[in-house]
Design a binder for this molecule. Structure first.
Ligand SMILES: *Cc1c(COP(=O)(O)O)cnc(C)c1O
Length: 844
């Protein structure tokens, strides 16, 4: 192996030295591919000459794959230009892309040839792909959804692009120390990313601050302030077994050379000389956490506007370019060529920015501009949590975006006039329906209201969530625009989340279905139901699951040093750490289980079901209670895993640095997963879909997409517990009135922590959040105490079910078989038909 050889001198190049270097980008044979990889090692060097260790092999392989993608990408671009179809532009502040290499060669259907080629060069594909850093330009579900959507858009041959920001540092890296979680910057571009192409010719000016100039004609123009350049970096997104390769265009902020004050610099005033440079660099420096409330508000607002302005200028430019030489055109045609989807309210400024571009730059009148804007833009809501609904200070907005505030005021004024003249019955609701909240203490702009008033379609992300939007959050608007509100239940891409992350299970599915069409038509999985009882199918299924469990056990040993038993029940909860997601309920259950095991005789213990409970996820750095939960999980693990009396029956592991690549190892090896949010609080969830697709059973509440998953796979295959969404408000009231009586098991678990069984860390603040009847950080807002007994009962049903392996395997098969609905191909087809009105545009 090359890895063991010295890296300097010709010997470091190892077996690769014998293979010629050739630039042929579309090589098909392993020998030619090996030559192409060699070409990149020699002629696109990024490292010392002749160095060919796994890292160099990764970069050269990625560049070789990229050559192919560029070919398809250019063809796609030309084809769209020629056909000029209506196109969707997906605007998202987050993309959680993960690694690209396995996905790219999988979608291009060249994995075997690349594996062979790398063998010839003395490397193993499985090792090479591990070299890639995750592109983590997102926090969690919302960002991962955007990435799954891109995969489906490309696979369905839809004319669609994504726009986002090229954050210099992605979501922080998490390390676990004695203190609990420790964060550090994620330097994903430390070397470089082979998956991006800078487009030096795609640059737009983006203005901040300044003032509005009124010309004698009454024409208004935004001038002055500071202007930053937005530079495009494109990431190719290949579809599965199709030529169509679409773009994720990420904007980087750049200051102009003129902004660098050479005189000041020569004068020794280095900081002020480079002030505009560093203020431009700040815009794309870091990704902000999705649900943190107080955070460099001005900078975050700048980021949002930067994304919206650059992307809209680019769309308008593309729209005009595609019209060149095709006769005369009108602005009213814009919405028949362009659909814009806002991924949550983060890109809401696209609304006033499109109005501004159309009126101030293109000369349209208000009515015409409003008609174009409202027919172009659609909005997806992702949360009903009040603290996560964006509200921007009007004062900050006037300062940063004075022209946009004028436009927002006008939209607000016209909305009120419309209510006055057509819906006097809603007059009393106006204060909460308006876009501007004139609360004299803190006047704000309510972004969600701006979206609802301006977008042609508003959708929730699971049926329950969309129902709640219509009956609660946006109830007052429904009678004005009854057809504006839709549901689009989220989905996940079956390529990354089954075909590539669990090749063995995929091969068994293909073998029994006698087709691999399920990869793009996931409903075909229902045919697996026919074999759910068959002994030989079950045996193959179990052996694939066992191989995945063993791979997972090796991974856990590598990253935590804890040995786990692949014969125990693998029980996993991975997602961002948040009180509403209730990792605390999970760990309190584990604590209770541990206490009971301790009280049992060795004989009694033998009749229990052995479990390995794995919990992972990142807690935002200033979210103290979330960090305390991480610490508690780690402390419980340290005690339980080292207790020789019980540690063959129970292990508790905190999995560090949860991200897409970690998910791709955990999910295929899971048997039970926990989706246990307080009902009504998780809009959809998407990891529930990933687990279910991989034959993992769910213990969960009737929340988000759990409801639909349970419907699809059958209630007998789902471990349900807890209050329902419509019971929650009354339960909270009862609690406030002192009517809650805790279950003795719940008290026992809390008391066990207090006794110091898991060390001396001060868990009081965490425990207090579960106590009292009301008050900030008290009163158990998330109903952990209320749901605890039914949760423990459901866990007892899990233990029983796992003892009957045949029954469990059948339930596992039925989970996969019932997951067809949750393909993002289904979701995206619905968006395309019911919101965007776009059609397939396949590259010949
Ligand atoms: C799917 C996914 C999520 C979303 O998980 P939920 O349980 O739906 O909140 C978050 N992070 C990563 C890395 C994911 O892959």
């Amino acid at each position: 192996m090359t890895t063991t050889e010295k890296s300097n001198g010709a010997t470091g190049y190892g077996v690769a030295a014998k293979i010629p270097a050739s630039a042929h980008p579309m090589a098909g044979e392993p020998k030619e591919i090996a030559s192409n990889i060699n070409y990149h090692v020699r002629y696109s060097p990024h490292f010392s000459a002749f160095k060919f260790e796994p890292e160099q092999a990764y970069y050269a392989t990625a560049e070789s794959v990229r050559d192919r993608l560029v070919q398809q990408w250019n063809e796609t671009y030309l084809h769209y230009h020629k056909v000029d179809p209506k196109q969707t532009y997906y605007l998202s502040m987050e993309y959680l892309q993960g690694r690209a290499l396995t996905n790219a060669i999988g979608n291009l259907n060249i994995q075997d040839a690349y594996a062979d080629a790398l063998n010839k060069l003395g490397h193993k594909l499985e090792e090479i792909v591990e070299q890639e850093k995750d592109a983590a330009l997102g926090n969690g579900g919302l960002g991962r959804l955007a990435s799954c959507f891109l995969d489906s858009m490309a696979t369905l041959n839809l004319p669609a692009w994504g726009y986002g920001l090229r954050y210099r540092y992605g979501l922080f890296k998490q390390r676990i120390t004695k203190e609990g979680q420790e964060e550090s910057a994620d330097d994903w571009l430390e070397k470089f990313s082979p998956w991006e192409v800078v487009r030096h010719d795609v640059v737009y000016p983006v203005r901040f601050f300044g003032q509005v100039e009124v010309q004698p004609s009454g024409f208004r123009k935004w001038v002055g302030g500071e202007v930053v350049k937005a530079l495009a970096y494109d990431v190719p997104i290949p579809g599965y077994k199709t030529k169509n390769t679409i773009s994720l265009r990420l904007w980087e902020a750049k200051a102009s050379a003129e902004d660098f004050n050479l005189f000041q610099f020569n004068d020794g005033k280095y900081e002020s000389a480079a002030q505009l440079h560093s203020s431009a660099q700040q815009i794309c420096a870091v990704l902000y956490p999705g649900d943190a409330t107080e955070n460099g508000k001005l900078l975050r607002l700048k980021q949002q506007f930067f994304l919206c302005s650059a992307s809209l200028q680019d769309m308008i430019c593309t729209f005009k370019e595609r019209k060149v030489g095709k006769g005369s055109w009108k602005w009213s045609e814009f919405p028949s060529k362009v659909a814009v989807q806002l991924n949550d309210t983060h890109p809401t400024l696209a609304i006033p920015e499109l109005m501004r571009l159309l009126m101030d730059d293109e000369g349209l009148g208000w009515d015409e501009a409003w008609d174009v804007t409202t027919r172009t833009i659609a909005y997806t809501n992702h949360t009903v949590l009040p603290e996560a609904l964006e509200k921007w200070s009007q004062a900050v907005m006037w300062k940063l975006l004075p022209r946009h505030m004028e436009i927002i005021e006008e939209i607000d004024k016209r909305f009120m006039e419309m209510i006055h003249s057509t819906r006097p019955d809603l007059e009393s609701k106006l204060p909460s329906m308006r876009i501007l909240d004139k609360n004299p203490q803190k006047p704000v702009v309510r972004m969600a209201n701006l979206c609802v008033v301006s977008a042609h379609t508003v959708n929730g992300v699971a049926q329950l969530h969309s129902d709640i939007l219509k009956s609660e959050l946006f109830a007052d608007y429904v009678s004005i625009w009854p057809t504006k509100f839709q549901n689009k239940t989220n989905g996940i891409t079956p390529r990354r989340w089954l075909r590539f992350c669990s090749p063995q299970l995929s091969n068994i599915i293909t073998k029994w279905l006698k087709t691999d069409q399920w990869v793009t038509n996931l409903d075909l999985l229902t045919d697996l139901r026919k074999f759910a009882d068959k002994t030989d199918f079950q045996a193959e299924w179990e052996s694939a699951k066992m191989a995945n469990k063993q791979r997972l056990a090796q991974y856990i040993l590598k990253v935590t040093g804890v040995t786990i038993d692949p014969n125990s029940l693998f029980d996993i909860q991975v997602k961002r750490i948040h009180e509403y997601k209730r990792q605390l309920l999970n760990i309190l259950g584990a604590i209770y289980r541990y206490k009971k095991l301790k009280e049992m005789s060795p004989e009694e213990r033998k009749s229990t079901t052995s479990r390995t409970i794995m919990i992972g996820g990142k807690a935002f750095a200033t979210y103290t209670n979330a960090k305390r939960i991480v610490k508690l999980v780690c402390d419980v693990g340290a005690v339980v895993n080292n207790d020789p009396e019980v540690n063959s029956y129970l292990k508790v592991v905190f999995v560090p640095n949860y991200n897409v690549s970690v998910a791709e190892v955990l999910i295929p090896g899971s048997e039970l997963s926990q989706h246990i949010s307080t009902a009504g609080m998780e809009a959809s969830g998407t990891s529930n879909m990933k687990f279910s697709l991989n034959g993992c059973l769910i213990i969960g509440t009737l929340d988000g997409a759990n409801v639909e998953i349970r419907e699809e796979i059958g209630e007998e295959n789902f471990f349900l517990f807890g209050a329902t969404a419509d019971e929650v408000p009354q339960l909270r009231k009862d609690r406030e009135n002192g009517l809650f009586k805790p279950d003795p098991r719940f008290e026992e678990a809390k008391q066990f922590i207090r006794s110091g069984a898991f060390g001396s860390y001060d868990y009081n603040p965490l425990l207090e959040s579960l106590e009292g009847n009301s008050g900030y950080g008290r009163g158990d807002y998330f109903l952990v105490g209320h749901d605890f007994p039914s949760y423990m009962d459901a866990q007892a049903r899990v233990d029983e079910a796992y003892k009957d392996r045949k029954r469990w395997t059948k339930m596992s098969i039925l989970s996969t078989a019932g997951s067809g609905k949750f393909s993002s191909d289904r979701t995206i087809s619905q968006y395309a038909k019911e919101i965007w009105n776009i059609e397939e545009c396949r590259v010949p």
